[in-house]
Ligand binder design. Structure first.
Ligand SMILES: Nc1ncnc2c1ncn2[C@@H]1O[C@H](COP(=O)(O)OP(=O)(O)OP(=O)(O)O)[C@@H](O)[C@H]1O
Ligand SMILES: [Mg+2]
Length: 501
């Protein structure tokens, strides 16, 4: 077979800079028909930028892209053109329209049916959507408004949309970052079907186990440069990680023992209708309390209630023994409770504002004298935070929307840290974060507990909860099922409680 037959996509010497920042430097990629090609690299390595060039969302500065034997213009293409050729992308940050229904989103941008009156149209797309969702085994009501779906469901709708476009290459940029294990299974069986039809998948994920389950070939980028391409069967997670970070990474969980102090936060019989009930726990100074549970168990809902984002119907909260009533984030902040939310777009960040503004947002009063913000001291603390968290940004004034996904997450953490809280709730803090940065966040958690901060850690990654927590609270269906001390906690035991009916 000549290479044009074998490879559906060939990219050579592709480069792209953003205002002086070299995001991609002479990268290459060769994707075969019907293969799952994983694109790996640390946060900010250039993966999303590369893919956005392929679909015409960004234009390359130089380089060559050959799709099905034909050069495609990297300079003048746009997303609709890429889609027509058969290149679709499921984005890391969702691009669907929240006010529209699932069906409307699925068929958005397809002109073929617009000359019908709207009610006919609506019925038609509704029928087509039902058929499409059924075909790929998704149990979602096409008439539901998108904003009423869970993040996981939204992600599945994006996937359905790409499939409906009959794409020849589907790019999936962290498609599983917010979906449950069961949905991952569904996605993987969809991918297997697509492969059989000769569709190529470019798959981006920071989850090693997924990569080794699904990928045929792996290409690694580091700091915008091409490192290597290898069959997945020739790599293991150790060798892959060292290709990605360019060094050996040792023990992921620092094994420092925590010294438990006084009770910092006490939650008693917290109850919110239809959401959770009988939530009762203490968190001590210097302790990590993990909260485990399946998707939809109510973990984030409890966190949101504690932080004053959602009201509760019953229950009491005490901070350092004093009874408190927290009904706003401002009040939570005043009581020394910080929240790093799982959804960085919703409550975490203001995308159009700079890294500096976002980090100092919650602590602005500290740096202002009267009406004036003290710029110098503000910049100094922000620079220190950027160094400590190793946030990859062109500068303090870079809008956060231009940062890579993982680096945006670090900005959210930086923002909370700067407000120097006594209690920090971390909700999926390592979602979308690369292995190296994960290790840094784990180290950071230990440094925080050493300073006497109490931490509540919500995570869907069991090894993470097990590795970091002193005690683990397990939730299922809105109820607290057990609190297990570290010494007695095992993966099986946690799962048993998490699956309770
Ligand atoms: N529109 C933009 N303007 C300026 N800089 C940008 C823009 N988009 C990306 N960058 C920069 O390009 C680099 C690569 O970012 P990219 O989003 O491609 O990384 P990534 O590999 O997808 O990372 P992650 O794993 O965190 O998603 C980063 O330094 C980022 O800040
Ligand atoms: Mg990315």
């Amino acid at each position: 077979m000549d290479s044009a037959q074998e490879y559906i996509l060939q990219v050579q010497n592709l480069s792209k800079s953003f205002a002086g920042v070299k995001a991609l430097d002479q990268v290459q990629l060769k994707v075969k028909r019907g293969e799952v090609h994983a694109l790996m690299g640390e946060n900010g390595a250039g993966k999303s930028t590369f893919m956005k060039i392929l679909i015409g969302m960004h234009t390359a500065d130089s380089g060559e892209i050959i799709f099905e034997g034909q050069p495609i213009l990297s300079k003048h293409s746009h997303t609709q053109a890429a889609l027509k050729k058969g290149i679709a992308m499921i984005h890391q940050e969702l691009l669907l329209v929240p006010q529209m229904t699932v069906a409307q989103n699925l068929f958005l941008g397809k002109e073929t049916i617009t000359w019908f009156p709207w009610w006919v149209n609506d019925k038609r797309i509704h029928q087509q959507a039902t058929a499409l969702l059924q075909k790929i085994g998704l149990d979602i009501d096409p008439q539901k408004k998108l904003k009423r779906l869970r993040v996981a469901e939204m992600q599945m709708v994006e996937i359905a949309k790409a499939i409906s476009n009959e794409a020849k290459i589907i790019i999936m940029d962290e498609p599983t970052s917010a979906i449950s294990d069961k949905e991952v299974e569904t996605l993987f069986s969809i991918i297997t079907d697509l492969k059989k039809k000769g569709v190529a998948i470019i798959y981006i994920s920071h989850k090693m186990d997924e990569i080794f389950t699904i990928a045929d070939t792996i290409t690694v980028l580091r700091d915008g440069k091409y490192i290597d391409t290898k069959p997945a069967s020739q790599l293991n997670s150790q060798t892959l990680i060292s290709m990605m970070v360019g060094r050996q990474l040792t023990t992921v969980f620092p094994q420092a023992a925590h010294t438990k102090g006084e009770i910092m936060l006490s939650v008693k019989e917290l109850h919110r209708k239809h959401t959770f009930s009988h939530i009762t726990f203490d968190v001590h100074k210097g302790e990590v309390l993990g909260i485990a549970g399946l998707m939809g168990a109510g973990r984030t809902e409890v966190a949101r209630a504690i932080c004053g984002l959602d009201p509760v119907d019953r229950g009491e909260m005490y901070v350092k023994g004093k009874k408190v009533r927290i009904d706003s984030t401002k009040e939570a902040f005043a009581q020394g409770i910080g929240y790093v939310s799982e959804d960085r777009k919703g409550v975490g960040l203001v995308p159009g504002m700079s890294v500096k503004q976002n980090i100092t947002l919650a602590s602005l009063e500290k740096y202002s004298k009267g009406w004036f913000v003290n710029e110098t001291s503000e910049s100094a603390v922000v620079s220190k935070m950027i160094d400590e968290l190793r946030i990859k940004t062109a500068g303090l004034d870079q809008p956060v929307k231009y940062l890579s996904g993982g680096n945006q997450q670090k900005v959210v953490i930086g923002k909370v840290l700067l407000s120097s809280p006594d209690i920090i709730i971390l909700d999926e803090p390592t979602r979308g974060i690369d292995v190296g940065a994960k290790a840094e966040i784990y180290k950071l958690i230990h440094q925080l507990t050493a300073k006497g901060i109490a931490i509540i850690l919500i995570s869907s990654e069991l090894p993470e909860v097990l590795g970091l927590s002193d005690r683990i609270l397990v939730m299922a269906k809105g109820r607290q099922r057990a609190i297990i001390p570290k010494a007695e906690a095992t993966q099986e035991k946690i799962m048993k409680y998490a699956m309770e009916q």
